[in-house]
Design a protein around this ligand. Structure first.
Ligand SMILES: *[C@@H]1O[C@H](CO)[C@@H](O)[C@H](O)[C@H]1NC(C)=O
Ligand SMILES: *[C@@H]1O[C@H](CO)[C@@H](O)[C@H](O)[C@H]1NC(C)=O
Ligand SMILES: *[C@@H]1O[C@H](CO)[C@@H](O)[C@H](O)[C@H]1NC(C)=O
Length: 327
């Protein structure tokens, strides 16, 4: 009798450990790319990375490109992407695959790596917060310092000139709806990233190879114009109205980068959260980001049922993170 109950308890313990071990053993790391005027080592971005690491039990890295704040404004994205590509290739931790989290224009780096990085480690999930995926139609707010006034002026006067394309980062993804010819001719990054002029099926294959794509839009976003660009929605060519939903853009209908394929396969999640640009609550982070960092669909389900064992949920109710300071 005693032996029998011993056996039962033993097998119970065995089963429970089996259920618990894979969660940490299988989680793959994630990489964060921050937005303009921010950097990895301070403030919201640092906290964001640490929190998600803590909650998910997976290692998180914020990859800095160049010197942070200044280069985030001045380095064109083909160059930022090339640097980031080198960095991820050198990180042996990522070799088995990793997830990308893009914050605002950091999404351009993330997608740049995904599509252009030859021989880079495989990307599993892509979680995008306020990404200017289909372009933006106005100059992002830099600040009121003299240098910012100059930046604004240059972007407004000659966004598609070689000089501005090579010296100001946002010029890589500004798409003025009434200036599409100039954009197609002059813009060196976004038309390539979105397969708008010359199509390259390799970029499409790589983009569509994602397991999940999560596109988070902020309801009160006034930095991205239009805010729907975070969902690949945009103005029609040649007109400032209306904002087309992603599904009505040519990028989608012609399936230029595989968004339609992925959407039809149920791999794209369109999420809208309250808040200004990159202002996200802890509960939304847990609901819309965390599940994709925890390996994999099976683990995803267990998160909601076992959440209280994994995370200190209750202490953090109502807290919010500000990942962009100039809102
Ligand atoms: C993450 O977890 C570590 C160890 O449990 C703790 O010391 C640290 O304060 C946590 N960080 C955050 C931002 O919660
Ligand atoms: C498409 O991109 C791949 C990878 O960068 C490159 O090897 C190939 O030459 C490109 N194809 C075309 C038609 O440009
Ligand atoms: C993910 O879960 C599936 C079962 O749903 C399993 O076959 C697969 O091995 C898991 N992948 C990893 C990397 O753990």
């Amino acid at each position: 009798m005693a032996f029998k109950s011993f056996l039962m308890i033993f097998s119970l313990i065995f089963i429970v450990s089996l259920a618990l071990i894979p969660r940490t053993a299988y989680s793959i790391p994630f990489v964060v790319f921050h937005g303009f005027s921010e950097c990895c080592s301070i403030g919201g971005v640092k906290r964001f990375t640490t929190l998600l690491s803590n909650w998910s039990g997976s290692q998180g890295y914020c990859i800095e490109i160049g010197n942070g704040v200044w280069d985030s404004w001045t380095m064109p994205f083909l160059k930022q992407t090339a640097i980031a590509c080198d960095k991820v290739k050198k990180m042996s931790e990522l070799r088995e695959g990793y997830n990308i989290i893009g914050l605002s224009q950091g999404n351009m780096v993330g997608r740049g790596i995904l599509e252009f990085c030859e021989g880079g480690p495989p990307v599993r999930n892509f979680i995008s917060l306020a990404g200017p995926h289909a372009g933006i139609a106005s100059v992002p707010f830099c600040g009121s310092a003299l240098v910012c006034i100059l930046v604004d002026l240059l972007l407004q006067l000659a966004v598609y000139s070689n000089y501005v394309q090579e010296h100001l980062a946002p010029a890589s993804y500004i798409k003025i709806p009434s200036d599409i010819d100039e954009y197609n001719k002059g813009c060196k990054f976004l038309p390539k990233l979105n397969n708008e002029i010359r199509r390259n099926s390799t970029y499409k294959e790589r983009f569509a190879s994602l397991q999940c794509l999560v596109l988070i839009m902020f309801e009160q976003d006034r930095i991205l114009v239009p805010k729907e660009t975070a969902w690949f929605g945009y103005f029609p060519d040649g007109s400032w109205t209306p904002v087309l939903p992603a599904q009505e853009t040519t990028l989608y209908t012609e399936d230029r980068i595989g968004l339609k394929t992925m959407d039809e396969a149920g791999k794209v999640k369109f999420v809208k959260v309250p808040g200004r640009h990159l202002e996200i609550s802890y509960s939304d982070m847990k609901e819309y980001i965390l599940p994709y960092l925890v390996e994999n669909a099976t683990a995803k389900l267990s998160i909601s049922s076992e959440s209280s064992h994994v995370c200190p949920w209750s202490e953090q109710k109502g807290e919010r993170l500000q990942l962009y300071t100039a809102n």
